[in-house]
Design a protein around this ligand. Structure first.
Ligand code: CTP
Length: 402
């Protein structure tokens, strides 16, 4: 097999010297590495260092190579993965906003391969709302953001902001390449996951929702991405970060969830509906706040109407070769209710949970039954992340069987 191509982007901060070790660590793990540096990075470490280590030309700063008219496109096409390490706050901001004013940021914009960034900076710059918002934008778009490590920083302060050890950065790159390469059994597959609750407005301040934490759906999205899938996660409001490499679409209402899921469903090989969609919504939400006294009658009798069933609506248009998974949260007759949902909603498999006594909701583990047309398979208690892999194992087997 040919060596994976890692394009290493080096930006201007003191951790730039560690990029040379990152390069060596990647080479030791079998990668071919080329380097693009910002002009500021070259103030910290000379391009000659990287040229010698990579045994290849190094792009620095802007587009001033007389030999190559479109170096950013060529570099982007060459890369199996773009790693920006260290990534300054400034370059993270540019990447988040699509600013392409030098060779590295133009290459990143042109790059369709996976992108990983390893931020490194002063603790206050790292924790600044602007930086965290930019990193969140990158995560939402599927960029793999390595968390900075805590420790003593060059500025003399302690806290998060350090580049992780070069070996750890290289390991993360290789793990991602393997997940996206031949090693991942969902490589080249598209997976849609719905997760979290939906929220339906009563008035300007009140809403109807439920206790879904989103953990199960997020675990499925994370597992599918780790197995090489191109994952779209349609998520109601939850307190979880988008898993690395997953494209998250944030939604509020059941209608919004249906629209976003519909957009991803047609091209999906596997669709896992783990969201706890509100079954009913206020029939006449009001834009102002309902007041005690004046609006007592309206508050005492909020009329509800059904929401669309996202799973049933989309599964009705299921094509051969698509594998559709639903969940069933039940307090009684778990297997029988799940079998009914399998049939009624047109899913290929229903993952049934007993949610009596507060079980499953918000927990990290789960005891589930897999219900298919072939029967009921009880699973032992396991972490939601492990259950996610079992669900995907079944999906992979079904896709292989055609
Ligand atoms: N679901 C959906 N859209 C809805 C309701 C449910 O997509 N409006 C999906 C869920 O994501 C889940 C499955 O349907 O995969 C079953 O959800 P559950 O809440 O257990 O079932 P309900 O349809 O709400 O049925 P019931 O109230 O009878 O339990």
């Amino acid at each position: 097999m040919s060596k994976p191509h890692v394009l290493l982007g080096v930006t201007g901060c003191i951790a730039a010297y560690k990029a040379a070790e990152v390069l060596r660590a990647l080479q030791k793990r079998g990668a071919e590495v080329r380097v693009v540096m910002t002009r500021q990075a070259a103030e910290f470490v000379g391009p000659a260092t990287f040229r010698a280590l990579a045994d290849a030309p190094v792009g620095v700063g802007g587009f001033d190579d007389p030999q190559d008219a479109i170096p950013h496109i060529r570099a982007a096409e060459w890369a199996d993965l773009l790693l920006v390490a260290p990534c300054t706050a400034n370059v993270a901001a540019k990447l988040a906003h699509g600013i392409a004013d030098d060779l590295l940021t133009s290459t990143a914009l042109a790059c369709t391969a996976p992108i990983m960034v390893a931020p490194a900076m002063n603790v206050h710059m790292y924790e600044a709302a602007a930086t965290q918002a930019n990193l969140a934008v990158l995560r939402e778009r599927g960029v793999h953001v390595l968390d900075a490590e805590s420790g003593y920083l060059a500025c003399g302060e302690a806290g998060p902001g350090r580049l992780p050890e070069p070996a750890a950065v290289a390991d993360a790159v290789l793990a991602l390449l393997e997940g996206n390469g031949a090693g991942g059994d969902l490589a080249g597959r598209r997976v849609l996951v719905t997760a979290g609750p939906t929220v339906e407005s009563v008035d300007a301040v009140r809403f109807l929702s439920n206790r879904s934490s989103g953990k199960m759906g997020y675990a499925v999205a994370e597992a599918a991405a780790a197995r090489g899938a191109d994952v779209t996660l349609v998520s109601g409001p939850v307190a979880l970060d988008a898993p690395s490499g997953v494209h998250r679409v944030a939604v509020g209402t059941a209608d919004e969830m249906l629209a976003a899921a519909r957009a991803a469903f047609d091209g999906a090989d596997v669709a896992v509906f783990a969201a706890a969609v509100a079954d009913r919504r206020p029939a006449r939400p009001v834009e102002r706040k309902l007041k005690k006294g004046a609006d007592d009658a309206a508050l005492a009798a909020i009329e509800l109407e059904p929401t669309p069933d996202v799973l049933a609506t989309l599964a009705a248009g299921k094509q051969p070769g698509q594998f559709v998974v639903g969940f069933a949260a039940e307090t009684d007759d778990v297997a029988a209710n799940a079998a009914r949902k399998l049939e009624a909603k047109g899913a290929d498999m229903v993952v049934a949970n007993d949610v009596s006594d507060g079980k499953a909701f918000g927990a990290d583990d789960n005891e589930a039954l897999l219900v298919t047309a072939a029967g009921v398979e009880p699973l032992p208690p396991m972490a939601k992340r492990a259950l996610a892999d079992v669900i995907l194992d079944r999906a992979v087997a079904a896709l292989a069987a055609g």
